[in-house]
Design a protein around this ligand. Sequence first.
Ligand code: ACO
Length: 311
Amino acid sequence: EDPERLARFEARVAAEDKIEPNDWMPEAYRRTLTRQISQHAHSEIVGMLPEGNWITRAPSLRRKAALLAKVQDEGGHGLYLYAAAETLGTSREALVEQLLSGRAKYSSIFNYPTLTWADIGAIGWLVDGAAIMNQIPLCRTSYGPYARAMVRVCKEESFHQRQGYEIMLTLARGTAEQKAMAQDALDRWWWPALMMFGPPDGESAHTDQSMRWKIKRFTNDALRQQFVDATVPQGHFLQLTFPDPELRFDEASGHWQYGAIDWEEFRQVLAGNGPCNRERLEARRKAHAEGAWVREAALAHAAKRRARRAA
Ligand code: ACO
C-alpha cells in the first residue's frame, strides 16, 4: 500500500474526520469493518429469535405491543447495518450467505434460550443494556455510515433497555413466585451478558488495531467494567442477587469487582456448541428459504418496471 496515502488516511483518522465509502482506506480497515458491521447485523437478525419466542405469550396487550415494536426495531437495525456494510463493497446476499452457511459469527448471547417471561425482562435490562454500553461509543466510530447508523440504533436500544428493566421491576415487586422468576432470569443471563463484550483484552485479536483506527473507542474489558458498574446498583434496586459471590465494591478504584468469567463456555458457544446455536441457524435458514418467493417477486416487479420505463 502507498505509504503516502496510508499516512493521509491515518492523519484523517487522528483528526477525527469520518472516513466515507468512496475514500481511500487500507484493505485491512475495510476487512475488519466489514467483519464487525456484518457480525453486528447478523446479531440483530438472530437476536429477534429468542424474544420472538414470547410475542404470542406476552402477559398483556400492552406488553405484547412493546415487545412486537422492539423485535421489529431489531429487524430494522439489522437492515441498516447490512446497508452500512454494503458500502464497503460486499453485497448483502454474500453477507447473509456467510451467516446461513455458519461461517459468520453473531453475538454469543443469542444462543441462550428464553425459558420464562422474566427472560424478556432480563434481555432488555442486561442484553440491551450491554448493547448500549458497547454502541454509544460506536456513534463516534471512524467510519461514517456505521457511526450514523449507531445514532438511531442507540436511541431505540435505550427504549428496549427501559422496557426490560420495567418488566424486571414489576416482577421483582410482585408475588414470591414472580420474584423467583426474575431472580432465576438474572442468574442465567448475568454471565452470558458479561461475555457479550468479547474476550479479555489480552486475548482480543482485533482490539489494538481497531483502537488505533478509532473503530473501537474502548477495549472489551473497559466496556465490561462500565457495564458492571452501571448495572449492579440497578440489580440491587430490584432487590435481586447477582450470581457472583466475589462481586464487591472496591472503594480504592471506585469499581465493582467481579469474579472469573467462564471463558471455556464462551469458546464453546463461539464454536457452535451453545444451548441454541443449531436451532438459531436452522430458524434463519428456514425463514430465508420461505422468503425466497418474496425476493423473486420483488426482482420480477423491478424488471417489469424497468421494461415499462424503457418502452
Ligand atoms: N459473540 C460472538 N463473537 C464474539 C463475541 C461475542 N460476544 N465477542 C467477540 N467475538 C469474536 C469477534 O467477532 C472475533 O471474531 P473474528 O476474528 O472471527 O471476527 C473474535 O471473537 C475476537 O474478538 P475481538 O478481537 O475482541 O473482536 P472485536 O475487536 O471485533 O470485538 C466486539 C468484539 C466488542 C463484539 C466488537 O466486534 C463490537 O463492538 N461489535 C459491534 C457490536 C455488536 O456486534 N453487538 C452485537 C450484540 S448487541 C445486539 O445485537 C443487540
